[in-house]
Design a protein around this ligand. Structure first.
Ligand code: SAM
Length: 274
């Protein structure tokens, strides 16, 4: 039982059963909830936005600490119980929408000039984790910080370095735009119902515009996708039709190297040449 439960009007049981198709695994272990709240570390004036509040495991402690919070929840059955339970705790704005349809940049506009960015937090629905991460990248300029719970295997890929078996498209795309900092692991038993996999919490900090070297994001995406599309092939073969051998050499890369050996910067240089 979490500490907010005494102040919440709606008991957790009235939120209904978890829906598998919406990736609902509700966090219940207080220890991990507290660690997430500490990682988010809301500061006065922050615009905090949570993706997928569910039954409020992270929502209510954050609301209690920060006083206001915007949440994005797709499951209509959770909207009323969340509204009721938040009433005595703080100001909860609920956006009842698919997060992939939410314009984070619009959420950040209208904020005071010195804080034109939002902070995101979420125990994400694992079936949608990659689309949500790529959606966040599209709005990276409007986001100052993200603290996300994901499958541990995904967090390992996000933070992987060249030469690692799990270094791939997700690692390169995210690291070109963000600093990726894995924080801690969370076992299946911390959720109800428990997922089949281990989970982990990661922080993503978008790089300031002047540090991002990608000149054409679509071209960069296409080069990285092609390079890892057939990861056992040499760059020359995997990029056939996307980049010439001359361009690969001009980028300072070896055409007989494999994508998994190339640093993020190498992909950026190559994409910028074309
Ligand atoms: N934050 C809660 C917790 O930690 O217990 C719930 C996390 S649960 C893993 C994922 C949440 O995302 C669920 O509440 C689910 O309904 C919501 N969700 C699933 N798909 C969504 C979507 N497309 N847009 C917004 N929320 C979604």
């Amino acid at each position: 039982m979490t500490s907010y439960a005494k102040t919440a009007r709606v008991p957790a049981t009235e939120f209904g059963a978890a829906k598998k198709q919406l990736g609902q695994h509700f966090l219940h272990e207080r220890h991990y909830i507290e660690k997430i709240v500490l990682a988010v570390n809301p500061q006065p004036g922050d615009k905090l936005v949570e993706i997928g509040p569910g039954q409020g495991a992270i929502t209510f402690p954050l609301l209690k600490k920060h006083g206001e919070l915007t949440v994005i929840e797709y499951d209509r059955d959770l909207i009323f119980p969340l509204t009721e339970a938040a009433r005595d705790i703080g100001k909860l704005e609920i956006i009842h929408k698919d997060v992939l349809q939410v314009d984070f940049t619009a959420l950040a506009t209208g904020l005071v000039p010195e804080r034109k960015t939002i902070k995101l937090v979420g125990n994400l629905p694992y079936n949608l984790s990659s689309p949500i991460l790529f959606h966040c990248l599209e709005h990276a300029a409007a986001i100052s910080d993200m603290v996300f719970m994901l499958q541990k295997e995904v967090v390992d890929r996000m933070g992987a370095e060249p030469g690692s078996k799990v270094y791939g498209r997700l690692s390169v795309m995210l690291q070109a735009y963000c600093r990726v900092q894995p924080l801690f692991d969370v076992p299946p038993g911390a959720f109800r119902p428990p997922p089949k996999v281990d989970s982990a919490v990661v922080r993503l900090v978008p790089r300031p515009a002047e540090q991002i070297r990608v000149s054409d994001p679509q071209r960069f995406e296409a080069v990285v996708r092609a390079a890892f599309g057939q990861r056992r092939k040499t760059l020359r073969n995997a990029l056939n039709g996307t980049c010439s051998s001359e361009q690969i050499v001009a980028a300072g890369l070896r055409p007989d190297a494999r994508a998994e050996q190339i640093e993020v910067d190498g992909f950026v240089t190559l994409a910028n040449l074309a």
